[in-house]
Design a protein around this ligand. Structure first.
Ligand SMILES: *Cc1c(COP(=O)(O)O)cnc(C)c1O
Length: 383
């Protein structure tokens, strides 16, 4: 058994990253400034979008998107329940109604057929989620959206470096990335709003900083233009230069980091192929490049004769950390009590919500670490 605890994720921070942040700290300008502008430019170039706007989190980006699209009472937003809670919370906080589309049981992603069944005259937005580093089939989704004239915001928190049907995620339409410490690159906390819609970008840029229509930084004044005025009330979701300095370095390494994830995932797939009680997700056919954000398995709870929670607990006793991405949003306390959502509404989501578990996967892991995880999994299942 491992003597040292293996977390399920750990950010890949180099001495160069530390030096870059230190340099910002010594520079006299630590909030939104030149580093943020550089990170935005390089990110836009990497994903191939017209405009990239750096933010304090992806959650903040979703808030701004809902606001900019005028989502409010009487409106419906279609999204999966198999997602992080932030999107659904914000839909509710905007006064709108989330409508949950069920997922494909083996990729955990919504299909355009499931999205279509949720469309009503009140639908104002669709928020599909790229899952675990694999890709949604965007062609069919955008066709559906165009046919019904409904905007799409892709939740690309798991999909930095992912290609869908030959195109890099983020390169078309509107998408939001996250730089939370477990994501493929990190800025501590952070997010990026990407779009090819210039008018939307201008609105998001304004809303992210008090509605002033300027950044925190103006090159000419070496600070915020003091004469700036509120164009519309906005929020405070700008990224700091300390975070952006980390992002610039991380982004330059993202392909190598993802490569490492892919190699480790391959080892997992080989070593777990003979373990009948756990089965990994299948990779959607749309995924022409996988970013391997997470390595998710499902526990066959009948065969294993234990619950997923017990499985996670027993791995922890063996010094193996795990994650849960995600517990279905519609089964969480608030949504059950206030929206009246219940079991039976979304069979594929619920089946997976009870059985999924994310095994450790991060670029600085070794093949030996993967073998330790697999050995612990087999031991827990008493092979
Ligand atoms: C992490 C995550 C988010 C939120 O990102 P933050 O930067 O933490 O706000 C949103 N959606 C999904 C699917 C995520 O995994």
């Amino acid at each position: 058994m491992r003597t040292e605890f293996l977390p399920f994720s750990r950010p890949a921070i180099t001495e160069g990253d530390i030096a870059a942040v230190s340099e910002v700290l010594r520079s006299g300008w630590i909030t939104t400034g030149e580093k943020t502008a550089q990170f935005e430019a390089r990110f836009a170039e990497y994903v191939g979008c017209a405009r990239a706007i750096a933010l304090g989190s992806a959650t903040g980006g979703m808030h701004l998107a809902l606001r900019a699209l005028g989502i409010g009472p009487g409106h419906e937003v279609i999204t999966p329940s198999m997602t992080w809670v932030s999107t659904v919370n914000l839909i509710v906080l905007c006064g709108a109604t989330p409508v949950f589309a069920d997922i494909d049981p083996d990729t955990l992603m919504v299909t355009s057929e499931a999205m279509e069944r949720c469309i009503s005259p009140r639908t104002r937005l669709m928020v599909p989620v790229h899952f675990a580093g694999a890709a949604l089939a965007l062609g069919a989704l955008y066709d559906l959206a165009a046919h019904h004239n409904i905007p799409v915001v892709e939740d690309a928190a798991h999909a930095l470096g992912t290609h869908s049907e030959g195109n890099r995620v983020g390169g078309q339409g509107t998408s939001i990335f996250s730089f939370h410490p477990i994501k493929n690159i990190t800025t501590g906390e952070g997010g990026m709003f990407c779009t090819d819609d210039e008018a939307l970008a201008a609105r998001i840029n304004r809303l992210k900083f008090h509605g002033l229509g300027v950044d925190a930084y103006d090159r000419k004044t070496q600070g915020r233009a003091p004469q700036a005025q509120v164009v519309e009330p906005g929020f405070k979701y700008n990224m700091t230069d300390m975070a952006a300095a980390l992002g610039v370095g991380q982004l330059a390494r993202v392909d190598g980091l993802n490569e490492k994830r892919a190699e480790l995932a391959e080892v997992y797939l080989q070593r777990l192929s003979g373990v009948d009680e756990v089965f990994p997700l299948s990779v959607s056919p749309a995924t022409t490049r996988h970013a391997w954000h997470l390595f998710v398995v499902r526990i066959d709870t009948d065969r294993a004769k234990m619950s997923r929670d017990a499985f996670m607990e027993r791995l922890k006793e063996r010094n193996i950390g795990t994650g849960l991405h995600f517990r279905a949003v519609h089964l969480q306390k608030y949504y059950r009590e206030v929206m009246g959502t219940e079991r039976g509404m979304l069979p594929h989501t619920e089946w997976n919500s009870d059985r999924i578990c994310s095994l450790p996967l991060f670029p600085d892991m070794t093949v030996e670490d993967v073998e330790d995880v697999v050995a612990a999994v087999k031991d827990v299942l008493s092979h």
